[in-house]
Design a protein around this ligand. Structure first.
Ligand SMILES: Cc1ncc(COP(=O)(O)O)c(C=O)c1O
Length: 401
């Protein structure tokens, strides 16, 4: 279907009768009726626990749960549904890898991350380094927010076990050269985990073409529900990894003195999983997939470009000025605190995020403690940019008077 943001906006009940300029999709995107309806239909007519009962609803629920896994595998071009693990979100996916795969590490082994990471791709590795004496190394970004690939390469050594980087920055929108990073990691015998939270929203991702070992994302940023995320892992790694959590359905057999575990992905899905949410995620993937994704990206980027230009014209500073960026802009205005800015924008019906966006090291790198962030989704239009620009002018006149 051809893409038109004015039409897609109509698909979202939350915008009905509202002229709110919602510019915080990078934190969590709104959900189209198709997603909410799919979850309601499933809950009202097929709901039961999965992989447990033998009655009809249990069968239908299990089928829907596994159909969604197949849809995710197709979405990422993963080689098989067995490489797709359901998690609570990207954060849990990275924690799973750090805890489970991380057990194979020895003191002195090295993990490389970057200064631009979301805390979700910092803290699990930091905790691992504390637990097991693993060394955490930080690759630099330059003044434009672009990853210094030479520096990253110089950090890679025979002791490197993992290079974990964001595909797209949630602060600057900068797109990392991830295929190249995967190659550098593999050349050194290390693995590569990609945090795709902000990437799957803005571009088609092919994990086989990228060659990465792990890829994570969260459903709620992709117009799906909260409480569901995806960890893709190459079978050769998942097969060897011990469980992350213990409980029902992740086992093969349990006796008083011996427990054996199920094969992946169920080995990593202890307890009752988010069932309705998998149906919602599949609906979100279908929803996004009906449009030309490049057309969406072009539209979103044009809006972000227009907003960036206006912010700079007003004397604001954009954090991260790489030419090729996804539609996320974080900015500061001298003498104005980002929270004050966001509050005045709120009064104008413009919703942006303020703070460090769970990326404190990157803010430190830019020499600021906080910024305001406008992030664009497939329902944003030029009206939203206009509202943002008007709101900023008002904020400036009030706060700098
Ligand atoms: C780049 C990136 N990684 C990880 C996360 C964490 O996602 P979640 O809170 O859904 O686990 C986010 C969320 O903002 C993000 O933007």
């Amino acid at each position: 279907m051809s893409f038109n943001a004015h039409n897609t906006r109509q698909d979202f009940a939350i915008f009905a009768g509202s002229d709110v300029a919602f510019l915080d999709s990078a934190a969590s995107a709104q959900k189209p009726r198709a997603v909410l309806q799919a979850m309601a239909d499933f809950a009202e007519s097929h709901y039961a626990n999965v992989h447990r009962g033998v009655y009809r609803w249990a069968d239908e629920a299990t089928q829907a749960y596994e159909d969604a896994r197949q849809a995710v595998a197709r979405f990422l071009n993963a080689p098989s549904p067995e490489t797709i693990v359901y998690t609570k979100g990207a954060t849990e996916g990275i924690n799973l890898v750090a805890h489970s795969w991380g057990q194979s590490l020895r003191a002195g082994d090295e993990i490389i991350i970057t200064e631009a990471e979301h805390h979700a791709n910092i803290v699990p590795w930091f905790l691992l380094s504390q637990r097991q004496g693993v060394v955490l190394k930080w690759a630099r970004v330059d003044d434009d927010g672009v990853l210094d690939l030479d520096h990253l390469q110089s950090l890679i050594s025979a002791k490197t076990r993992m290079v974990a980087v964001g595909h797209v920055s949630n602060v600057t929108g900068t797109i990392n050269p991830v295929a190249e990073i995967v190659r550098l990691a593999h050349d050194a015998g290390a693995l590569c985990l990609l945090d795709g939270c902000q990437a799957v929203v803005h571009e088609a991702v092919d994990v086989q073409a990228l060659g990465c070992d792990f890829y994570v994302f969260s459903g709620h940023k992709l117009y799906g529900p909260t409480g569901i995320g995806i960890l893709y892992g190459k079978a050769e790694h998942l097969d060897k990894m011990p469980p992350f959590q213990g409980g029902g359905e992740m086992i093969e057999s349990v006796s008083q003195d011996r427990i054996t575990f199920a094969a992946p992905p169920l080995r990593f899905e202890a307890g009752t999983p988010p069932i309705i949410e998998t149906v919602g995620l599949m609906a979100a993937i279908d929803y996004v997939g009906q449009f030309d994704r490049q057309a969406i990206a072009r539209h979103e980027r044009a809006l972000a470009h227009q907003a960036s230009k206006a912010i700079v014209d007003m004397g604001g500073r954009i954090l991260g000025t790489a030419p090729d960026k996804a539609a996320i802009i974080s900015f500061t205005v001298d003498g104005v605190h980002a929270h004050d800015l966001a509050q005045i924008l709120d009064q104008c019906g413009v919703y942006v995020r303020a703070g460090s966006h769970c990326a404190e090291p990157l803010h430190t790198r830019f020499g600021v403690t906080s910024s305001a962030r406008a992030s664009f989704g497939l329902y944003n239009t030029a009206d939203d940019v206009e509202a943002l620009i008007k709101g900023l002018a008002k904020a400036k006149s009030l706060l700098m008077a």
